[in-house]
Design a protein around this ligand. Structure first.
Ligand code: ATP
Length: 400
C-alpha cells in the first residue's frame, strides 16, 4: 500500500492478491500434511516423512502471519484512517476511499482471525463470484476409448440454478463426477470460486461442494434422521453444541425438523431425499449438485424435492447444478446446459433453449409439458408462447 490518503482499488487488490496467494500456500501445505498423515496410517509412507510436511506447513503459516501482521500494513491503515478523519471536504473520492479503507480493514481482521482459527488443514477463500468455471474440459474413461466429455467450457455465477440436460449417454454424469473431483479431466482446467483445482487442493475444494444422488436408499448411514445429518459434521469434528444447531437448521430448511428421531428407512422417497439434501446442507456447501435427485421418486416426492430446490434457489445463497431428465424442471432453472455426445451444445436461459424446439427434438429431448400445450394451442390458432408455468398459461388462455 502506498503512503497516500486515498486507499485506491489498486492498493486494495494488491492486498487481496497477497493475502490470497499466501492463503493458498497455507491451505495447500495443510492439505499435503493431511494426505501424508493418511498415507502413514495406511502404511503407504514412512513416519519420518511427516516432519517435512509439518515444517512446510509451519513455514506457510508464518509467511501468512507475516503478511497479515505486517507493521507496514498496520501503519498504513492507521495513517490512512487518521488522514481520512482530518478531511473536511467529503466528496465522492473521499467516500470511495473510505469504502476501500473499510474493506481493507475487514480483510486485515479476517486474515488475523483465519490464522487464529485455522487448524492443520487449510481452507480456501472465495476469490471470485464465479462459482464454477470449466475451461476446455475433456475426458475419456480409458486411453483406448473415445472422449465422452469434449472441450467443455462454461462459467456459472454464484447463486445460479443450472439444469444439465441431455439424452442418455450424453456425458451429464461424467461431467458431474469431473466437477466433484471423482474423475480428473485429461485436458482443461477447472476453477471453483476462482481457485484453480489441482490434485493437492482437491479435498479442500470439495468443502465448497455437496451432492445429492439419485437413489435415496443408498445415501443413509445413520439409524435416525438426526444421526444421518450428523454423519458429515462428525467427520469434520464440529463441536457438539454447534452440531445440534446445524442439524436443526438443515432439517428445517427441508421441512424435516419434526422427523429428527425417525428411522430414515421408514420415510417416503421424497422425505428421504429431503433428508439427503439436509445432510448436504448441514456441511454448508456453496455449490450443490443434484444428480438426477428426483428421478426415482413418485410424483408427490418429485414435487416436494423440486419445491425445496426452488426454495434454495430463491435464497441465492447456493449455486445449484441439477442433472435431470425431467424437462419440466428446466423451467425452474436460471440457465440450462444441453449436452449431446459429450459436447456442450447449448447454454442459455430456459426461454432461449426452448425456442430451439426442433433442435431439442433432433437430439432426442422432449420439450416441457407446458411448451407442448402451447404448441397444440398454436396449431388451433391461439398465439401463446414462452409461458413459464401452468398458472401463467391459464391466465393467457383466459385473456384470449
Ligand atoms: N465407468 C465407465 N467406463 C466406461 N465408459 C463409461 C463409464 N461410465 C460412463 N461411460 C460412458 O460415457 C458416456 C457418457 O456417459 P454418462 O453416464 O456420463 O452419460 P449421461 O448423460 O449421464 O447418461 P444417463 O442419462 O444415461 O445417465 C457413455 O457413452 C457411457 O457409456
Amino acid at each position: 500500500m502506498k503512503e497516500n490518503v486515498y486507499l485506491n482499488k489498486g492498493d486494495l487488490n494488491d492486498f487481496k492478491l497477497k493475502l490470497n496467494e499466501f492463503n493458498d500456500k497455507l491451505a495447500q501445505a495443510g492439505q499435503e500434511y493431511v494426505e501424508i498423515k493418511f498415507k502413514i496410517i495406511n502404511g503407504e509412507a514412512e513416519k519420518s516423512e511427516k516432519q517435512h510436511y509439518i515444517d512446510t506447513h509451519k513455514k506457510a503459516q508464518l509467511a501468512y502471519k507475516e503478511i497479515a501482521n505486517s507493521p507496514i500494513f498496520k501503519d498504513n491503515f492507521l495513517r490512512a484512517k487518521a488522514q481520512l478523519d482530518k478531511i473536511n471536504q467529503k466528496d465522492e473520492t473521499f467516500e470511495s476511499a473510505k469504502e476501500n479503507y473499510i474493506e481493507a480493514k475487514n480483510l486485515y481482521k479476517a486474515s488475523k482471525m483465519a490464522i487464529r482459527e485455522r487448524g492443520i488443514s487449510g481452507e480456501l477463500s472465495k476469490q471470485s463470484e464465479i462459482a464454477l468455471e470449466l475451461k476446455n474440459i475433456s475426458f475419456r474413461y480409458a486411453n483406448s476409448q473415445p472422449l465422452v466429455v469434449k472441450n467443455v467450457s462454461v462459467k456459472v455465477n454464484h447463486g445460479e440454478y443450472v439444469a444439465i440436460i441431455g439424452h442418455n449417454g450424453s456425458g451429464k454424469s461424467t461431467l458431474s463426477k469431473l466437477i466433484i473431483g471423482v474423475l480428473t479431466p485429461i485436458e482443461g482446467s477447472m476453477h471453483v470460486f476462482g481457485n484453480h483445482v489441482t490434485r493437492n487442493n482437491l479435498n479442500i475444494i470439495r468443502r465448497f461442494l455437496g451432492i445429492v444422488f439419485q437413489n435415496p436408499d443408498n445415501q443413509f448411514i445413520g439409524s435416525t434422521v438426526k444421526d444421518d445429518i450428523a454423519f458429515g459434521l462428525e467427520n469434520r469434528r464440529i463441536n457438539p453444541k454447534l452440531m445440534q444447531e446445524k442439524i436443526e437448521a438443515a432439517a428445517k430448511k427441508v421441512r424435516m425438523e419434526r422427523f429428527l428421531d425417525h428411522e430414515p428407512l421408514m420415510l417416503s422417497g421424497g422425505q428421504k431425499q429431503r433428508v439427503a439434501i439436509a445432510s448436504a446442507l448441514a456441511l454448508s456447501p456453496d455449490i450443490i449438485i443434484f444428480d438426477e435427485a428426483t428421478s426415482m421418486l413418485d410424483p408427490k416426492g418429485k414435487r416436494e424435492v423440486k419445491e425445496i430446490m426452488v426454495e434454495l434457489k430463491n435464497t441465492r445463497e447456493k449455486t445449484i447444478f441439477s442433472i435431470t431428465h425431467d424437462m419440466d424442471e428446466i423451467l425452474n432453472a436460471d440457465k440450462v446446459m444441453v449436452m449431446n455426445g459429450g459436447n456442450l451444445v447449448k447454454f442459455g436461459t430456459p426461454k432461449e433453449i426452448l425456442k430451439e424446439r426442433d433442435f431439442l427434438r433432433s437430439i432426442h429431448l422432449d420439450i416441457p409439458f407446458i411448451a407442448q400445450v402451447e404448441e397444440a394451442l398454436n396449431e388451433v390458432g391461439f398465439k401463446i408462447n414462452n409461458t413459464e408455468n401452468l398458472d401463467e398459461l391459464v391466465v393467457k388462455i383466459c385473456k384470449k
